[in-house]
Design a protein around this ligand. Structure first.
Ligand code: SF4
Ligand code: SF4
Length: 683
């Protein structure tokens, strides 16, 4: 036992040290703030495994195995002790003591539950062969090890109880505190002394040896998550999920010729690498990815697994700093080394990166809180800012933002044209307003989106909301530039907009665009902007609740609602738009099968709005439109100008002129009453 422990625990320590070293090559971004929140999240998502509840059978089976491992860890320690003293029970857990009996009962229950859990996964892997899973033999071997450990434990108990009974001159009997062990003892009671001794030794050594072998397999397999999942959940992002970390001192980095974004594997941060270690290859992320589901090259699971495999393949070279790398991957001596090659093209196809809509469906689904958008944007940052490589259409958007402060190149002087005929002040003329109405680029210039802008403004005027607009002083928030990887352009816009907003001492902002909403609320804080930001659906729901807007006219429509990713998954605004719809008499609301946090992206986010879909089997917006049409509704409602554009195109592609596409504000205005909807100026 001593040789086994020293040898195999020592070997594990050696492997763990290698993994630690590999993880800590890049920048240390581990956060130790908000400990109470982190502990709460660890309890909910690592121990109670809340995200597994939607997969009820897999969730229950996984819980059995996870909790079984926690309970049986003590059993393994007791058995290690018995390698030195056959009667050892770690001081407190002797049979006949209350602690010993309770633990024996718990242990027996969990041995059975672990067996049941493992059998469910054997079924998934061997019989059902779930396509989302990576069906490698490794998974089956691990399940075989788990089952063998449990069976070994039962056999050991059965034989050991018989041996002890014979030594005491008594007969074995069923024992309520050891239901499984004593049942096994009853089954084995007819065996001779030699056979009992053989089975006691075999069961004992199978259990203890497999525990230690299993421990040594972990760092080299997807089962490493058994060790890394709890810390990965504990260290998960506690700041808003919609905030991308800025590149600090971007101008200084340019001057010092440091890499912007991620070019090489050793530039991933500690937490990024912990993510790689923690992926269980369950495939739930890819199952819900709109890019994967429309046949694009991007599969989030494979993105992680490919990077992890590359990291592991070059483990030695990376850890030993072969060829004198400096951690930033810039050392000339190292530039030709395989482990220092550019990840884009070398490991990850650029199409993979450009297919991401930044919808976060993958992150929402991942049971162990692995993130994708930050890594994909970091790799886009490198492509855009260092290699100058990005889809052609984005060039037009970038240039237009730089010159005209909007991605389409319209004149800034026309930015407030949508408000012609409405009595809306510019903030430069009326600074003591309660709210600034941040209009956004699409709602200012896009003919279809302007109807929503105007409807929202009219509703606010009717409800007596005190607001003004920036007009020509408003610039693109920079969301498309940032998600496309052009951090330099984003930071320029963020600084300029914050200066403008702070110059007018703006404290409360209303916006109809979820992308502007997310950027203003979650990202401008890094650039000096601190405002309360309210999405128009939240405001309208409140105005209806307060009786300031009275939807009295019946709107006889059967509608379905499409959740914008940046409103729902990014900012958890799911109820307000639905509350407004429910408040409108005559509206019949039906939900699509893919709804709320599982709603499918429209295909516009992550700067996709300004480029073509990457090659695939279908367009994302067409698939989403199909899902919404399956509800049979005669109107699709949304609360985002980008979603509106993509779904309107989707309906057009299907020639469904019988189905309308409307914003929540337009429907509310129809019920509250207005004659203005045809009076929209166009550019
Ligand atoms: S953010 Fe959306 S598109 Fe991007 S990888 Fe995740 S699920 Fe796929
Ligand atoms: S990233 Fe998460 S959801 Fe995707 S395969 Fe890995 S563990 Fe599963």
């Amino acid at each position: 036992m001593a040789a086994l422990l020293v040898g195999l625990v020592g070997l594990f320590a050696w492997s763990a040290n290698r993994r630690w070293h590999l993880m800590t090559l890049g920048p240390n971004d581990l956060k130790w703030d908000k400990i109470a929140d982190r502990l709460r999240a660890t309890y909910r998502f690592a121990f109670a495994q809340e995200r597994m509840r939607r997969y009820w059978l897999a969730g229950v089976a996984h819980n059995f195995i996870f909790l079984g491992f926690v309970v049986l860890l003590l059993r393994s320690l007791i058995l290690f002790g018995r390698g030195f003293d056959a009667d050892s029970s770690l001081f407190f857990f002797h049979s006949g003591t209350w602690l010993g009996d309770i633990y024996a009962l718990l242990k027996d229950i969990f041995v059975v539950l672990v067996i049941l859990g493992a059998l469910v996964f054997v079924y998934y892997r061997v019989v059902a062969k779930l396509p989302r899973m990576t069906l490698k033999i490794e998974g089956v071997i691990i399940l075989g090890i788990i089952l063998s450990m449990m069976i070994g434990d039962i056999v050991y108990d059965g034989a050991w109880l018989n041996i002890k009974a014979r030594e005491a001159g008594t007969a074995v009997a069923f024992h309520g505190w050891e239901p499984v062990g004593s049942t096994a003892a009853l089954v084995m009671q007819g065996m001779g002394d030699g056979a009992l001794k053989f089975f006691a030794h075999a069961g004992f050594w199978i259990h203890v040896a497999l525990v230690l072998i299993f421990l040594n397999i972990l760092p080299y397999s997807k089962h490493f998550h058994i060790i890394t999942a709890v810390p990965n959940v504990f260290l998960a992002k506690q700041e808003p999920v919609g905030r991308l970390a800025p590149i600090d001192d971007i101008e200084g980095r340019v001057e010092r010729e440091e890499t912007l974004g991620i070019k090489k594997i050793d530039q991933f941060s500690w937490k990024n690498v912990l993510d790689f270690y923690t992926c269980t290859e369950c495939g739930r992320c890819s199952d819900h990815c709109p890019a994967t589901n429309t046949g694009k090259k991007l599969s989030p699971k494979h993105f992680t697994v490919d990077l992890r495999n590359f990291l592991y393949q070059h483990d030695d070279a990376l850890r030993t700093n072969k060829n004198g790398t400096n951690g930033d991957g810039e050392n000339a001596d190292a530039s030709e080394a395989e482990h220092q090659k550019d990840l884009v093209d070398g490991v990850i196809d650029p199409e993979v990166l450009w297919a991401c809509t930044s919808c976060r469906a993958c992150e929402q689904e991942c049971p162990v809180f692995i993130t994708y958008v930050d890594k994909i944007v970091d790799m886009r940052r490198y492509l855009v800012q260092e290699r100058g490589e990005f889809p052609n259409e984005l060039q037009t958007a970038f240039r237009s933002i730089e010159t005209s402060m909007n991605p389409w190149g319209f004149s800034p002087d026309e930015r407030a044209n949508w408000a012609d005929g409405l009595d809306i002040p510019l903030i430069s003329e009326k600074q003591d307003v309660e709210y600034l109405f941040w209009v956004g680029c699409a709602p200012s210039y896009d003919d279809r989106a302007k109807k929503t802008t105007r409807a929202t403004a009219e509703l606010m005027l009717q409800a007596g909301v005190d607001f003004a607009i920036l007009g020509p002083e408003e610039c693109c928030t920079g969301d498309p530039a940032r998600r496309a990887g052009n951090e330099f352009l984003f930071q320029m816009l963020a600084e300029q907009n914050c200066e403008t907003l702070n110059g007018y001492s703006v404290k409360k902002i209303i916006t109809t665009c979820p992308h502007c909403f997310n950027t203003l609320l979650n990202e401008y804080g890094d650039f000096g902007g601190k405002f309360e930001v309210i999405h128009h659906t939240d405001l309208l729901a409140q105005l209806v609740r307060d009786g300031k807007l009275k939807p009295t006219k019946s709107v006889d429509k059967s509608v379905t609602y499409h959740d914008s990713c940046y409103l729902g998954r990014y900012n958890e605004i799911y109820d307000a738009p639905r509350d407004v719809l429910r408040a409108i008499p005559g509206i019949k609301l039906s939900e699509p099968a893919e709804t709320r946090d599982r709603g499918m992206c429209c295909g516009a986010g992550g700067a996709q709005m300004f480029k073509e879909d990457e090659p695939g089997d279908a367009r994302v917006n067409d698939v989403r439109t199909d899902q919404l049409l399956q509800t049979g509704a005669n109107a699709i409602t949304s609360a985002c100008p980008f979603c509106m554009r993509m779904l309107t195109d989707g309906l057009g592609n299907k020639e469904r002129t019988d189905v309308e596409q409307l914003d929540i504000a337009e429907l509310l205005l129809e019920s509250v009453g207005s004659n203005d909807q045809d009076n929209i100026p166009t550019n």
